[in-house]
Write a protein that binds this ligand. Structure first.
Ligand SMILES: Cc1cc2nc3c(=O)[nH]c(=O)nc-3n(C[C@H](O)[C@H](O)[C@H](O)COP(=O)(O)OP(=O)(O)OC[C@H]3O[C@@H](n4cnc5c(N)ncnc54)[C@H](O)[C@@H]3O)c2cc1C
Length: 358
């Protein structure tokens, strides 16, 4: 069976590695002249890296033990989860080498511009036949458009800055509408950090100033779009399947995309001969639960007054008491009590995002 994968990002390369493990030798086409990361905070739960048939450990820049959620009125100080911040370009290049070493093929400078019958056309006029075509071509996917699918997206901006990270043991998420409609983040590496926002560079500059980081040397500036509709469209039709940002897989409550890709790529490789099954299994996976989308939307609608009370609420929770919003504990904050149902939805989505989506 000839499997052609469009895109040598995480979705394309991880799918290729899973197919190789099942005895297929895929062809990966990448439009860029080299394998290179798109804009990314580079963070994900360590447990997911073990699911890839590849040793990612040389490409981990820093390991952290959890996350801090920081609100204007107080913090949810430590959510335990072993996580990694990657050197993503090196990680992708390592996986690309492994794909070729195991008998797969990678062609750079190979932009797919069209599909006709069971052939794809490249920008330079070449035509390549396929039995199964996998669209791993990112958030502006040509193959998704070909299947008639469009996703809503949000803009995210990030700087890589020099900073002393020796005391930083967590991923930091800041929920504050002055800087982002979603959240701002600081993800530590060794001696540098990825600092970003859901929003544009003006929001990011305001965040850096607020954190007193605006004089730190900026090593890289990058921005990108993240699909935010959740997995609710078509994922496979005839002999074409979509994965990763092309299939709007970033979890809509947290906007991270890597963990969904790792989980979906196994389902795709297992069902490469039956793409309907792939679609069915992804849609019944927690990554496609509509609760994520609902919770993410409510979070975006909350204002800073609500976020201040949420921070106070979390800061006031005693150890062992549990954090879920319950009437008996939230009664001190009448403004939150009025929104109890919405807050429960946000909490559920946030918890699912922590379990499956990061
Ligand atoms: C600022 C920012 C921060 C983020 N932080 C995180 C994070 O910390 N953790 C996390 O899990 N997720 C994060 N994400 C999301 C994550 O980066 C994406 O979900 C992930 O990169 C998607 O991988 P992909 O392989 O689907 O697409 P991409 O990474 O976009 O890769 C697609 C590849 O396909 C190639 N391509 C495109 N079109 C064609 C074509 N026609 N022909 C041939 N090749 C083509 C592209 O050149 C590219 O190499 C972040 C996103 C942004 C924008």
């Amino acid at each position: 069976m000839k499997v052609v994968i469009v895109g040598a990002g995480p979705a394309g390369l991880i799918t290729a590695l899973n197919l190789l493990q099942r005895g297929l030798k895929p062809l990966v086409l990448e439009k860029q002249p080299e394998v290179r990361s798109t804009a990314c905070g580079e963070a994900l739960g360590l447990c997911w890296l073990d699911e890839i048939p590849f040793d990612s450990s040389p490409h981990i820049a820093k390991r952290v033990t959890g996350a801090r959620l920081i609100f204007p009125g107080g913090n949810f100080d430590h959510i335990p989860k072993d996580s990694a911040v990657l050197n993503r370009t090196e990680w992708l290049r390592g996986m690309a080498e492994e794909v070729e070493r195991k008998g797969g093929q990678l062609l750079l400078n190979s932009e797919v511009t069209g599909v006709a019958g069971s052939h794809i056309r490249l920008k330079d006029g070449r035509e390549i036949g396929y039995d199964v075509l996998i669209g791993a071509d990112g958030p502006t996917s040509r193959l998704a458009r070909r299947l008639g699918i469009s996703h809503r997206t949000i803009v995210a901006s990030q700087y890589k800055i020099t900073i002393d990270t020796s005391g930083m043991d967590s991923l930091e998420f800041y929920f504050d509408k002055r800087f982002s409609f979603g959240y701002a983040w600081i993800f530590p590496k060794e001696g540098t950090a990825n600092v970003g926002v859901g929003g544009d560079f003006a929001h990011l500059d305001a965040f850096l100033q607020y954190k007193g980081l605006d004089r730190q040397p900026i090593l890289e500036k990058e921005a990108g779009v993240i699909p935010s509709s959740g997995v609710n469209g078509c994922l496979a039709r005839q002999k074409i399947a979509l994965i990763g940002d092309a299939a709007s897989m970033p979890n809509p409550a947290g906007l991270s995309g890597l963990s969904s890709i790792i989980q979906a790529s196994r389902l795709l490789a297992d069902n490469i001969e039956n793409l309907e099954n792939y679609q069915r299994q992804v849609k019944s996976h927690p990554m496609a639960d509509p609760a994520l989308l609902r919770g993410g939307r409510i979070m975006i609608d909350l204002g800073n007054r609500d976020l201040t009370y949420i921070g106070k609420f979390f800061a006031g929770v005693k150890q062992g008491e549990g954090h879920a919003p319950r009437v008996t504990r939230i009664i001190k904050y009448p403004r939150l009590l009025l929104k109890l149902n919405k807050l429960r939805k946000v909490y559920r989505a946030g918890k699912m995002a922590m379990d499956y989506g990061w």
